[in-house]
Design a protein around this ligand. Structure first.
Ligand code: DGT
Ligand code: CA
Ligand code: CA
Length: 586
């Protein structure tokens, strides 16, 4: 799909324009970029069917941007972006990836030190040329160096969220070929890891030649690493590498098991086979020269004396021992989710009205949807103060009456609750200030259906202090949920330092819920922390943190992340019915 390519160019234009001190045009381009990224429809098709007028129907797309989209679809480039690049010869995409650097600082660094790219930046920081500049200082220089190091270690890996739509699209194309009998996505994508090295497809067929021809001539291909009858490798325009392996149907299950990985899981499995006098490889499970399983993946696990193990937990972290004892947890599933409590509306920095969000929630089959806008400390996100929150409550009550539930629906009255289709709840995502206090008065928090609190400022604090800060917020009796606890941004910003065990102990004591933030850039908690939280019997919630109604779909990534952390339905509070959830929040 061209959607993401266009979105990336719009983000780039927005950055260049910000560098030129423009205010409104960057916002317009960013808005259009978010729409492009989140819409399900293919932009090319919209244009083919309805031309410019159809493009203008898209949220955030006006005449000017519609014309840019047309230009790109027709010519493969956008002239104004290329002109901006010529005018300022800075590799802004490379530099903006460094945590703490925005367009303004980048421009300043260019003017003062002629820094054009990451290499220049690294050199200058190592020579301590950055610290003396106005507005920078020793600390910023150190942060920049750390940021560069971090980028180096995560280089070459892609976010699952960035590539999954394209992977599914290609899998669908392959599936439609008549020579393809079976197809799976394997490797780290099947395991739903948060970042992906390369994509692995597996196909069963006895006519591989035409499939390989098709694969290496996909429109997105820019390089063919290798092409053979059983394996081909390609690189796509966006930089991702993809492998396709084709095997006969009779060894499809064994190949799927092998190429799903992880490597550590496979090694442990082969050892088990050996202790049983068997041999396991990508062709099958063998006793001597007799194949005892191969066509079906489940059969392989069964013959090894194991329960079938869901791909998300194949990491050799104890899953094999549990499967031997027939004791694997029953992992949470997508359709266990009954609602979402972390959504930003256009009252703060979200794109959509509350009503639009609620309608989307209904279409996803949710029982409840929580609006949790930013609060006043976050001025750049248009955070709400006490007065605005009270106004918002009135608006939510109105929409609930108009579209959904009668206001007087008694929650204790089970019979009436069964009529409720989807209920809008009001919460907020308040800020945990530097000293651990919350930026909204308790008497206001008390009136909300739920309160999320999160750290959105002063990330670089000593571990002790950051831990105390979050603990103090959890001790506030009105705080129900802590959002994105470690603050990491994948490929962008490290976690801040916290004493996770201390925080867990406090969550247990105060009954605070920890969020599994499903935004593909966050996926915070990570799998290991989810598992620890579950083992302590502390409840979690999977939240989209959406700023656009289509982003409610981020939940998919949160559910996979929860599964990677061994979470079950009972561990996750937004699998509860509305009534049970509200009782629990009380
Ligand atoms: P990635 O691509 O870095 O995100 O991670 P994976 O897990 O997709 O790794 P990849 O693409 O190198 O290989 C796909 C799967 O193939 C891997 O998960 C397990 C299997 N595999 C590859 N090489 C080996 C190996 O040397 N030994 C074993 N046991 N399995 C391997
Ligand atoms: Ca891979
Ligand atoms: Ca691979």
């Amino acid at each position: 799909m061209k959607n993401q390519e266009l979105a990336n160019i719009f983000y780039e234009i927005a950055d260049y324009l910000t560098m030129e001190d423009e205010v409104f045009r960057p916002l317009a381009f960013k808005k259009a970029a978010v729409s492009l990224e989140t819409m399900k429809e293919n932009i090319e098709e919209i244009y083919k069917k309805g031309g410019i007028p159809a493009l203008k129907e898209i949220s955030g797309v006006g005449k000017n941007i519609a014309e840019k989209i047309e230009e790109y679809l027709k010519t493969g480039r956008i002239k104004c972006c290329e002109d901006l690049k010529k005018k300022t010869p800075i590799d802004i995409q490379e530099l903006i990836a460094v945590e703490g650097l925005g367009p303004k600082k980048i421009k300043f660094l260019y003017q003062k030190l002629k820094i054009k790219n990451l290499k220049d930046l690294e050199k200058a920081s190592k020579k301590h040329e950055i610290a003396p500049l106005f507005g920078f200082g020793e600390k910023t220089e150190k942060n920049i160096l750390q940021g560069i190091e971090f980028l180096k270690t995560s280089k070459g890996r892609f976010l699952l969220g960035e590539i999954l739509p394209l992977v599914k699209e290609i899998a669908e194309k392959l599936k439609n070929l008549k020579q393809v009998k079976k197809i799976s996505i394997a490797g780290s994508v099947r395991r739903m890891k948060e970042t992906i090295g390369d994509v692995d497809f597996l196909v069963a067929s006895n006519k591989p030649a035409q499939i390989m021809d098709f694969f290496v001539s996909l429109p997105e291909v820019i390089k063919i690493w290798s092409k053979g009858k059983t394996k081909s490798s390609i690189r796509l325009k966006n930089g991702t590498d993809m492998d396709l392996r084709i095997v006969p149907e009779k060894s499809y299950g064994a190949a799927l098991q092998y190429f799903t990985g992880s490597k550590e899981h496979n090694i442990a499995l082969r050892k088990i086979a050996m202790t049983k006098g068997l041999k396991l490889n990508e062709y099958g499970l063998f006793r001597g020269s007799v194949k005892i399983a191969g066509e079906n993946e489940k059969e392989i696990y069964k013959k090894l004396g194991l329960q079938w193990i869901p791909a998300e937990i194949r990491e050799n972290q104890g899953e094999i021992e549990m499967a031997q004892k027939n004791n694997l947890p029953k992992l949470i599933e997508q359709n266990d989710i009954k609602g979402d409590l972390h959504c930003h509306s256009n009252w703060s920095d979200g794109e959509n009205t509350i009503e639009e969000i609620a309608k989307q929630a209904v279409s996803q089959g949710y029982e409840y949807i929580g609006i949790s806008d930013h609060t006043k400390f976050l001025k750049i996100a248009n955070g709400l103060d006490e007065k605005k929150l009270a106004q918002q409550k009135k608006e939510i009550d109105k929409i609930n009456v108009k579209c959904f539930t009668p206001l007087d629906a008694k929650l204790s009255n089970g019979a009436r609750m069964s009529n409720v289709k989807c209920r809008i709840l009001q919460g907020c995502e308040a800020n945990i200030l530097k000293d651990g206090s919350i930026d909204i008065k308790n008497e206001t928090l008390k009136k909300l259906d739920f309160v999320i609190a999160g750290v959105h400022s002063s990330f670089k604090m000593p571990k002790e202090q950051m831990t105390e800060r979050i603990i103090k917020a959890m001790q506030n009796p009105f705080v129900d949920i802590i959002s994105h606890l470690t603050g990491r941004l994948l490929k962008h910003r490290e976690e801040y330092e916290i004493d996770f065990d201390k925080i867990l102990a406090c969550a247990k004591e105060t009954g605070t819920i920890l969020e599994i933030n499903a935004n593909p850039y966050r996926l915070d908690l990570n799998a290991q922390n989810i598992r620890k939280t579950k083992e302590m019997g502390i409840k979690m919630i999977i939240s989209s943190d959406s700023h656009h109604k289509e982003q409610l779909n981020f939940i998919e990534f949160g559910v996979s992340q929860a599964r990677r952390g061994w979470a079950e339905k009972k561990d996750i509070v937004n699998t509860f019915s509305l009534k049970k959830l509200l009782d629990f929040l009380k």
